[in-house]
Write a protein that binds this ligand. Structure first.
Ligand SMILES: CC(C)(COP(=O)(O)OP(=O)(O)OC[C@H]1O[C@@H](n2cnc3c(N)ncnc32)[C@H](O)[C@@H]1O)[C@@H](O)C(=O)NCCC(=O)NCCS
Ligand SMILES: Nc1ncnc2c1ncn2[C@@H]1O[C@H](COP(=O)(O)OP(=O)(O)OP(=O)(O)O)[C@@H](O)[C@H]1O
Length: 198
């Protein structure tokens, strides 16, 4: 069984992904892969520099993530340009890693894909878990974690589908508004219900 883990920015996907990992499930992490494919010297990074300017790179040749983020989260056309450059490489690596785990005998694989709905990747997975948080909690967690102003945080939130929309297409929802213990309990109930074998 391939479980797609999604939600909206800062609702707690990485937090829940860590809980899956602690329980022994293999994880394919789209955010981690999106860092891997832009390593210095990669074709994807060269393409980003050609499209967005060489000043998107730091002097050591790595991607200046804050600068590119400030750019694309407030500009839909540029966000789509970046997605067009980076997503094909991310998708190919996600599939490769999923197959690697299946070949190794994994019965359940978790695919943590923030933009699962936006990129219409529902067919990649058998079940979907949406990690949701109340809008005011999501906003304050995002502002705190990334040291953003309210305006910057709101721009990032509105660059994705509202989490309430994603909930409608979920097979299970984790409401991550309370303690981590509350969240773990919800996760364990889902795993039990789905007989998600290791
Ligand atoms: C713009 C970048 C450089 C900013 O890097 P930064 O380290 O600040 O953020 P990070 O990669 O950790 O992403 C944080 C969260 O932002 C959201 N997010 C990232 N990219 C996008 C996007 N293109 N559209 C909407 N939301 C996005 C996701 O919820 C993600 O979990 C980076 O997010 C990026 O390369 N984005 C394009 C790749 C992508 O779409 N990644 C998301 C899943 S594949
Ligand atoms: N139940 C919780 N209680 C307190 N803080 C939490 C809880 N869940 C998550 N957080 C915190 O909220 C922030 C956002 O959580 P997390 O990074 O897991 O979200 P995410 O959905 O993976 O975000 P992104 O889309 O940006 O990758 C983090 O700083 C995390 O430590």
């Amino acid at each position: 069984m391939i479980i797609g883990l999604t939600g909206s920015i800062a609702t707690g996907k990485s937090t829940v992904s860590k809980m899956f990992k602690e329980r022994g499930y293999p994880i394919v992490d789209a955010d981690e892969i999106s860092r891997l494919v832009v390593e210095p010297g990669s074709a994807v990074l060269a393409h980003i520099a050609a499209s967005f300017g060489a000043d998107m790179l730091r002097t050591d040749g790595t991607l200046n993530r804050e600068k590119l983020g400030a750019h694309i989260f407030t500009n839909e056309a540029e966000r789509e340009t970046l997605n067009g450059i980076i997503h094909p490489a991310v998708r190919a690596e996600m599939v490769r890693q999923k197959e690697y785990w299946i070949e190794k005998g994994a019965k359940t694989v978790i695919m943590d894909i923030p933009l699962l709905f936006e990129s219409r990747l529902q067919s990649y997975v058998d079940r979907i878990v949406v990690v949701s948080a109340k809008p005011e909690i999501q906003l304050s967690r995002l502002m705190e974690r990334n040291s953003l102003t309210e305006k910057e945080a709101r721009a990032r939130i509105t660059s994705q589908l509202p989490v309430s929309e994603k909930e409608k297409d979920a097979d299970a929802i984790i409401h991550n508004n309370g303690t981590l213990k509350d969240t773990e309990k919800q996760l364990d109930a889902i795993l039990l219900d789905w007989h998600a074998e290791l």
